[in-house]
Design a protein around this ligand. Structure first.
Ligand SMILES: Cc1cc2nc3c(=O)[nH]c(=O)nc-3n(C[C@H](O)[C@H](O)[C@H](O)COP(=O)(O)OP(=O)(O)OC[C@H]3O[C@@H](n4cnc5c(N)ncnc54)[C@H](O)[C@@H]3O)c2cc1C
Length: 506
């Protein structure tokens, strides 16, 4: 998902909730009464209540839209015992639980009006033997830096502050995916706190059904993961590249990029982004093809020459840098001119500079093939239609394929094994009004209506602003098994959000 920073950089029905969940007096929570102090005293971590000065920041997610949620408490858990105490406390009081690691869910599934259990302080990234242990709250940028001296790295996406809690639970797609697979395919085991407070380490040998579900079944469904053990990737260096093309060449560049991916080596992972930082009529969109190559720069240079030939157009800008892996990823994150602390969401540390997004609407689908010329013409026309000042607009596409296609569709909960691309329409607003929100939603709805009939399912980590048939789109034939796992491990539906396993779907 492109961020505002990308813009700047490139200049270019299971059990029903207990009624008590909503009847706990907010005043009691604010004052720390009604058992909240007992919870607080049991935690190694921190409980933040509405009356506390740090509450406004403590409840923030990546998207300001969800500041409208008012959790009765936010627990910053520091270990599995904190998580267990929080789950038991919430269950005794019938408080709905939401689990949060990086807070990047586009639909606000990691916040709500009950108890938010935040994992941002369980953020280790350590090497033990042949594997890497990641805390659910290890932001990509921090894991990257922590692992750099070890020579081991992990699959991560294109945002520096996304966390494994959601990323790995839903799958995990990055520039590394074509060569090394989906992030969750590299999971060896996970330590998880279950609805009854039990803490178990699940793997292929221990609770294999739950282990299967944790690899692509989506976060916030089965329990709260406090440690992911993953197989590292062998990536000492990354050749990062960024090319910018004119809007006039958009059709040929996007078509060429799709052909390029389908005929390029596994070492090449990339994204194509058509963007308008302000969709006012008359503004000129940019087309960007960017990514990372796991090989020698000379090979990547030759591949880029091939892209130019396929496109029959020349980029207005082409930059390539062969870098140690972690520096390549820092550059891909747009943080190469920032300190590690600055490369964090504002409010999370005193130096943090990355802005939150006001409101985002999106609609993505997987594709097993390239667009036909007619499909692409229609997609670009829909993306360009009904321009509105003050709206940011993206057509965003990433590559999968390669190693991600090897496992069978039912090998893990991640079903999208034929996918070569994920493509989506995104709109963003800084200062939403009812009218501008309706306009932003209309663009995404028009785009989704075009993508849906030709697409091959949707990605739970890009959940879709409007997706009535989400269970089929996210999980296909794997949904039946996910329901069974849910009933076994969370029979009371403690871990629930609007599209959690078992929730109503059209
Ligand atoms: C700017 C941006 C760029 C992105 N780029 C990519 C990309 O390149 N590739 C990609 O694959 N995805 C990408 N994503 C999507 C991202 O993978 C998902 O939003 C992911 O779910 C975020 O995880 P999180 O922990 O940061 O968010 P959260 O909102 O904290 O969590 C997301 C979901 O997981 C649940 N959850 C969180 N922690 C846990 C836990 N410990 N145990 C169980 N459930 C948990 C939450 O309840 C919620 O339902 C991007 C998102 C953004 C905003």
């Amino acid at each position: 998902m492109p961020t505002r920073r990308t813009v700047l950089r490139t200049g270019g029905g299971l059990a029903v909730a207990s009624a008590a969940a909503v009847s706990l007096p907010a005043a009691a929570a604010s004052a720390g009464g009604d058992g909240w102090q007992t919870l607080r005293s049991r935690l190694t971590g921190q409980l933040v209540l509405p009356a506390d000065g740090d509450y406004p920041i403590a409840k923030q997610n990546q998207f300001a839209e969800f500041d409208a949620a008012h959790p009765q408490g936010v627990v910053f858990a520091e270990n599995a015992d904190d998580v267990r105490a929080s789950i038991r406390f919430a269950r005794r009081r019938g408080l709905p639980i939401r689990t949060r690691s990086g807070g990047h869910n586009y639909r606000g599934w990691s916040t709500g009006d009950g108890l938010v259990i935040d994992l941002s302080r369980i953020n280790h990234a350590t090497v033990t033997g042949d594997t890497v242990h990641l805390g659910p709250g290890a932001q990509s940028i921090d894991a990257l830096h922590a692992l750099a001296p070890t020579g081991r790295q992990v699959i991560a996406g294109t945002c520096p502050t996304v966390c494994p809690g959601g990323f790995l639970s839903g799958g995990g797609i990055g520039y590394q995916t074509k060569k090394f697979g989906i992030g969750s395919d590299r999971l060896v085991s996970a330590r998880i706190v279950l609805a009854d407070g039990d803490v178990v380490r699940v793997s292929a040998d221990r609770d294999p059904d739950l282990f299967w579900a944790l690899r692509g079944g989506g976060g916030g469904n089965f329990g709260i993961v406090v440690d992911f053990e993953v197989r590292p990737i062998d990536a000492p260096r990354l050749v990062f590249f960024n090319t910018i093309w004119t809007w006039a060449a958009a059709q040929q560049v996007f078509a060429a990029w799709q052909q390029w991916h389908l005929t390029s080596p596994r070492e090449l992972g990339s994204a194509a982004i058509v963007m308008l930082p302000d969709a006012a009529p008359g503004n000129e969109p940019l087309v960007i093809v960017t990514g990372g190559y796991h090989g020698r720069q000379a090979e990547l240079d030759a591949e880029l020459d091939r892209l130019v030939t396929l496109a029959g157009a020349t980029p207005t800008s082409r930059s390539v840098a062969d870098l140690p892996y972690h520096q390549g990823m820092v550059t891909a994150y747009g943080c190469d001119q920032l300190t590690q602390d600055q490369c964090h969401r504002e409010g999370t540390n005193p130096d943090a500079l990355l802005h939150r997004t006001g409101l985002l609407r999106e609609g993505y689908r997987f594709f097993d093939r390239a667009f036909t010329p007619a499909e692409l013409t229609a997609v670009l026309a829909a993306w360009d239609a009904d321009r509105v000042p003050g709206q940011r607009r993206f057509l965003h596409a990433m590559t999968l394929g390669g190693k991600a296609k090897q496992p069978a569709r039912d090998a893990t909960a991640f079903v999208h094994r034929d996918a070569e691309f994920i493509v989506g329409f995104t709109t963003q607003l800084d200062a939403p009004t009812p009218e501008s929100v309706a306009q932003a939603e209309a663009v995404v709805a028009a785009g989704s209506a075009l993508l849906d009939p030709i697409g091959a399912g949707a990605y739970v980590n890009f959940p879709g602003s409007h997706l009535p048939d989400w269970s089929r789109q996210y999980y296909g034939a794997n949904y039946a098994r996910l329901l069974r796992v849910k009933r076994r491990y969370d029979p009371d539906d403690v871990f629930r959000h609007p599209r959690s396993i078992g929730s109503p779907s059209a």
